[in-house]
Design a protein around this ligand. Sequence first.
Ligand SMILES: [Zn+2]
Length: 472
Amino acid sequence: MKVRPAMIGLGSRRPSRSPRRFASLLLVVGATALGLGLLRAGTAPQIEIESSQPGIGPKSELTIRVEAAGRGLGEVLVELIQDGRRTVLVERSYQARPPWAFWGVRDTIDAIAVKVGRDTLGETLREGSALIRVEARPPGAWLRKGVPATRERAFDVMLRPPALSVLSNQHYPAQGGCEVVVYSVGKTSSRDGVSVADAWFPGFALPGAPAGQRFAFFAVPFDLESADSIRLQTEDAVGNRAEVPFVDRLQLRPYDQKMIKLSTAFMEKVIPEIVANSPSVRESDELLITYLSINRDLRSENADQLSRLAAQSRPEFLWSQPFLGLPNAQVMASFADRRTYVFEGRSVDRQDHLGFDLASVKRAPVPAANRGVVVLAKYFGIYGKAVVIDHGYGLMSLYGHLSTLEVEPGQKVERGELLGRTGETGLAGGDHLHFTMLLQGKAVNPVEWWDDAWIRNRLQAKLGPAFATAAS
Ligand SMILES: [Zn+2]
């Protein structure tokens, strides 16, 4: 019982002390908040200035990344400074926490896309050097401003496209055919060549010529009806672009319309072998559906593979003589025959035959059309067992439906060297060679490349000593 008063005493003293403690605690909290409010400015933000281009051009865009922990971001100012003139590009303010708060909403990170090109800034932007300056100010306190972080990055402003002029003359390409153009381009060019509709034919340094003299082989699709879309182009690293038309005349070539009658026997012959060798083909229960998937999808897959193969072409003339065909052969089908496929009386598909079908005796030896390097020798979709040879500068030759392959990828071959024997692998009804020339992966008419006079008049005359033809 004696303990009790003490306990009561303790108990009774507590309520009398608590208000005082509470008051002093309030005082401490209040003083801290006041101190924070007066002095707790935000932390200095991190700044990055990013650009995908080495300078500023017509359509350039920068990405400004800002990031701040603590109270978050305050204000960001992005300026362009040229010859002492300042142009404000972006001004942005953010939601930050109040100085006394350690919780609540805040913006801590931003990526600002800033358009700095001529298209956006107009005459404000001038050729020469420019400074991009970013100032990121953290949120301030009542008595203290946040110390801003700044970052600057210098850029070259380039607004003039590379100089471009055509040096060769007499450009008379034919539909489905090739041509060459020789030109000179300024040293700021980072990409130049010939654009034809949606295809691109890159230019190369002209061997033995002064720097800046270049040439490009290009091809015209067999169904292009006007030369308007054929342009010599150059572009620099910041997107300044120049282009000139240069084709004197486009020669139109009529193409044959052919009807191919599909028979069940033909489909039963070709489909199992192609399916067994082509993992991407899905076999249907219906013969015609599988056939159409081969004729359309596998055909276009093969075309894509040939385009990718073009990137492996060597930048050198591996050949000097006219291309060879198949000796003693009969032409069964020509370049760009427009085929309509008919099954049981109805039209089921349309495709263009972008090559020559050459028939000789069965299992006839197939010679390399010219000197080059084998880049493909395998079962290749609709072409069956096939060989592709690189002749340099994007020019290749293709040999399809072979029965045997006598060469391997990487192997150098001489003009006339045995590649394999004719056969009927792939989409072939009988023993023959499907032959085509390819420029940057696009099938082109081989007739030109077989023609000694065409090589001399159309190519050699423009390329001069850069191309030493042995054609006579
Ligand atoms: Zn063919």
